[in-house]
Design a protein around this ligand. Structure first.
Ligand code: SF4
Length: 749
């Protein structure tokens, strides 16, 4: 029976999915121990709104597939070992390879992936076949599992040195958990090999922002769009990825803000936009250089701002001089007149702001792309005032906070460089131990390191699923399955957990307290709604128990105590405490959280760089690393759907979300589909130089001719079997948005 609202417990919390961080209230029926419904709460960044994920996507936590007891591997032959000596043509290889090549039982593993693909859709909740995997593990006590983790990681550390240990944290964890995890790896194992999925989303944006304006965070909020007369939304489909932020953009448009949408794909945002510049994928630098060329030629720059607050303008002028609209039109496919028109609109804006997504960052030129956006704002004086600024729309609910908390290999908390002596000494004093003076390896570098002699041998994986989320996953699987020891802490048996030596059952977002920082720099409290199932435990306690076992003297009593220590080392978070975050959270920086919501617009007087200036870094356009050719003639773009989240371990176990979007599809331009004899709904085979998947065709007018799009949520048609693992040289982010593929009829109905 559905109980009336008055009989339900109301718990105020925050949505656990995207970086918008909508405030919500869960209504809990304690008689059933279940959430009855969720409702949006008023907060400056969400105003009571929720998208379908926030409103309906919480039942994953009650899935019968939750891990409830520690597990220890008993069968070392399953499925560890490389999946294939030859990773080309994964599906074909897998079918012909079961048991071959001395690969212990890797063949069975990949054959299952392929078989699931033929089914077209998995059984609800059946991402990983528990019946197949669990017999290779045995249940253990927490004492036994934690002792084994500490003993094995300590052993690898002692025998092979600190560089043989690495940790992947998670942007789904709280600030406190991220802080403790990076502290454990740094202080406990003496290495900076600690990173998380920021490496896969906005690492290039952060690299460019840090270099350009001295801060990796946004300079204004998405709500500030209301004060802009022009907004550029680029490389982003906010309706799918930041749905509630998208509603702010659309409302601003109705009130008169002009929207310039720059993206290879059409979307519902392009339908609301005044201008849609449908650039060819991977041509952003050429497009923005042409815009700046025109803005400068028309004299629409802000010379006063440039003289006072910008460095290296002359070099930028020289570089963009090579990009007249006619030349850029040839590269980008955008009509030269449209480039001129958009340049004038941007140059004449009294207040202009740029919001960008992973279409900008997930390229081997991702840092260059973001450098152009920084220059676009800087030369027109569009920073430091209401309605102006730079905003990379952060993906995960806590990717901003996890990065702020130091879950990255080059920075301690608050982006304080590990290679700066004075900084390191301060952290050594605070943490009572000697620290590694060298930058650690990134997520993408750790994968490569495992395959090399003297590389990483032991890993602690907290809530990440690189066996599905990283590029070229056959290579990832080959690498990580060769580790000497892998411990995975998660709430489900993920694709990564299948390869673990020890699996620790963790808590979902709904089962713990902690703070989370959204894309706006808003720090909010997530509150406990229910107890973890079975013997599952909250993550910060598990991290602390491992820390104690490797000899660290930790005795935190609560997340709030962890937060206080962390804030003491993070000037940006100064003055924040759990007990002054209130029900709607606070923006940082915040001089007076008791009375103020915090600072919306940064850099009103100076940038955070050492000299206070914005540093322009001009960029030349470079083509993507793998261009289409006769064998692989289409460009593949990957991304998210509105209803699903990343590797799907949560949303594919949500009844409502999985019912709305149950299958993987390849989105194709009608002519590309017709040229291949493919009809809407027909099954197709998509292959790249790295693998092959089978999935259903969706004929879509949103795609450009010569391009296709596949969401990366689906194990049975894993888009990242196809993607390329080339990385941006600065941000080390992979080129998820561009690789060459062929699509053809699979013959499987
Ligand atoms: Fe959750 Fe993002 Fe949707 Fe808000 S917009 S409800 S934070 S997924």
């Amino acid at each position: 029976p559905i109980r009336p609202r008055e009989e339900l417990d109301a718990v105020d919390s925050v949505c656990p999915y995207c970086g918008v961080g909508c405030a919500l209230t869960y209504y809990v029926d304690r008689s059933r121990g279940a959430i009855a419904f969720a409702e949006g709460r008023d907060q400056p960044g969400s105003k009571g709104r929720l998208c379908v994920k926030g409103r309906y996507g919480w039942d994953y936590a009650a899935s019968p597939q939750r891990l409830t007891v520690p597990l220890i591997r008993v069968d070392s032959s399953y499925p560890k070992g490389p999946l294939s000596a030859d990773v080309r043509g994964d599906a074909d290889n897998d079918r012909g390879r079961a048991g071959a090549g001395g690969n212990r039982s890797g063949g069975g593993r990949s054959a299952k992936l392929s078989k699931n693909g033929k089914d077209g859709r998995r059984k609800p909740g059946g991402l990983v076949d528990y019946d197949e995997v669990l017999p290779h593990f045995r249940e253990a006590t927490w004492e036994e599992a934690l002792d084994l983790v500490a003993r094995r990681l300590k052993g690898i550390h002692a025998e092979q040195g600190p560089g043989a240990i690495a940790g992947f944290g998670s942007a789904k964890c709280s600030n406190e958990e991220a802080y403790l995890f990076q502290k454990l790896i740094r202080a406990g194992f003496g290495t900076n090999n600690v990173d998380h999925c920021t490496r896969l989303c906005h690492a290039s944006s952060v690299a460019a922002l840090f270099e350009g304006v001295g801060s990796g965070a946004v300079s204004t909020t998405y709500g500030d769009v209301a004060n802009a007369d022009v907004v550029i939304i680029t490389g982003s489909n906010p309706t799918a990825n930041h749905p509630v932020a998208s509603s702010f953009f659309k409302q601003a448009r109705r009130r008169g803000t002009k929207i310039i949408y720059v993206d290879p794909r059409a979307s519902t945002v392009s339908e609301h936009a005044d201008y849609h510049c449908q650039v060819k994928p991977g041509t952003d630098v050429a497009f923005y250089n042409a815009i700046m060329h025109e803005v400068i030629r028309l004299g629409l720059i802000d010379m006063e701002f440039i003289r006072a607050r910008v460095s290296n303008f002359e070099e930028l002028v020289r570089t963009v001089g090579d990009y007249p609209p006619e030349r850029s039109a040839q590269i980008t496919g955008v009509d030269a007149d449209l480039i001129r028109q958009v340049a004038r609109v941007w140059g004449e804006a009294k207040a202009g702001v740029i919001y960008w997504g992973m279409g900008i960052s997930q390229h081997t030129t991702g840092t260059d792309n973001a450098r152009c956006l920084i220059a676009m704002c800087s030369i027109t004086g569009n920073v430091g005032r209401p309605g102006t600024g730079l905003h990379p729309l952060r993906g995960q609910n806590n990717v901003q906070g996890a990065s702020d908390a130091g879950l990255i290999p080059m920075f301690y908390p608050d982006y304080q460089g590990v290679d700066r002596d004075a900084t390191r000494r301060r952290f050594e004093e605070a943490w009572g131990t000697e620290l590694d003076p060298d930058r650690g390896l990134t997520v993408t570098e750790i994968i490569g390191s495992v395959l090399k002699p003297g590389g990483v041998r032991g890993m602690y994986m907290l809530g990440e699923n690189p066996f599905l989320s990283d590029p070229n996953i056959n290579k990832v699987r080959k690498a990580l399955s060769q580790l000497d020891f892998l411990v995975v802490q998660d709430i489900f048996l993920t694709e990564t957990a299948e390869f673990a030596d020890v699996i620790l059952p963790a808590s979902s977002y709904l089962e713990k307290e902690g703070s989370y920082t959204n894309t706006d720099r808003r720090v909010q409290l997530g509150r406990k709604v229910m107890d973890p199932p079975g013997q599952a435990r909250v993550d910060w306690e598990i991290i602390q128990d491992i820390a104690r076992r490797i000899g660290l003297d930790w005795s935190y009593a609560s997340p709030s105590e962890v937060f206080d220590e962390m804030v003491g080392l993070m000037p940006s978070y100064a003055n924040l405490r759990h007990d002054n975050l209130g029900l709607t959270g606070k923006l940082y920086p915040n001089a007076d959280p008791e009375h103020s919501d915090g600072t919306v617009v940064l850099f009103d007087e100076r940038f955070n760089t050492d000299d206070g200036l914005a540093h322009l870094v001009p960029a030349q356009w470079l083509p993507a690393k793998e261009l289409p050719d006769a064998e692989y003639p289409l460009v593949l773009n990957t991304g998210r759907l509105l209803e699903h989240w990343h590797t799907g371990s949560m949303t594919r176990r949500s009844y409502a979300l999985d019912t709305i979007a149950p299958i993987a599809e390849v989105y194709m331009h009608p002519k590309d589909a017709a040229d291949r004899g493919l009809a809407h709904g027909q099954r197709a085979r998509v292959r790249s130089r790295r693998g092959t998947i089978e999935l259903q065709v969706r004929v879509s007018h949103r795609e450009q001719l010569g391009n296709c799009f596949i969401p990366f949520h689906f194990r049975e048609a894993a888009a990242n079997l196809l993607t390329i693992d080339e990385i941006d040289p600065y941000g080390k982010i992979p080129e998820f948005k561009f690789c060459a593929v062929q699509v053809e009829a699979s013959g499987v109905g």
